[in-house]
Design a protein around this ligand. Sequence first.
Ligand code: SAM
Length: 180
Amino acid sequence: MRVVVLRYGHRVDRDKRISTHVGLVARAFGAEGMYIYGERDPSLVRSLAHVNRTWGGSFWVSWIDDYAAEIENWKQGGGKLVHLTMYGQDIQSVIGQIRAEESVMVFVGSSKVPRDVYRLADYNVAVGHQPHSEVAALAVFLDRLFEGQELMKRFNGALLTILPSKDGKIVIKAQGKESV
Ligand code: SAM
């Protein structure tokens, strides 16, 4: 299944850290890339590119100027739009249906999400009906979508790989050196 994220409304001064975390969660939990609609922020792209270089994979970030056109384009190609919102349907009641789709764009907000997104969405999905965070909502959504399998994902080309450890930090370097 193809999964991409659309991060709506990035503001450089207020959202730098949260948008970076949205990208980190998207990457680590199985999405292939992230569209961002909002103020251009080269430092965000650099941070995520650095994570790719160090920890592998090919997660991409792409700035967009017209979120509605991007969504329409995705839907024209047969993809579905999932909008994460506390006002949506319970995740537990729709996740099975979403899992059966071939490709999904997951829309998360920062500033107020415009009304048209609720209409464009094939699924408005709530991760509980309390306000929390786009980072938490995305993590829970992707984990339920992939049923935990995303945590087993291997990232190609990593400079560093962690060996699970009960009581320390074990990191394998690509050059074959091991550091503890
Ligand atoms: N004030 C904004 C608005 O009115 O649209 C929402 C701010 S909220 C911190 C940012 C994003 O987190 C939302 O757009 C939504 O994508 C996500 N979010 C927060 N709580 C959620 C929930 N309970 N279920 C699903 N998504 C949630």
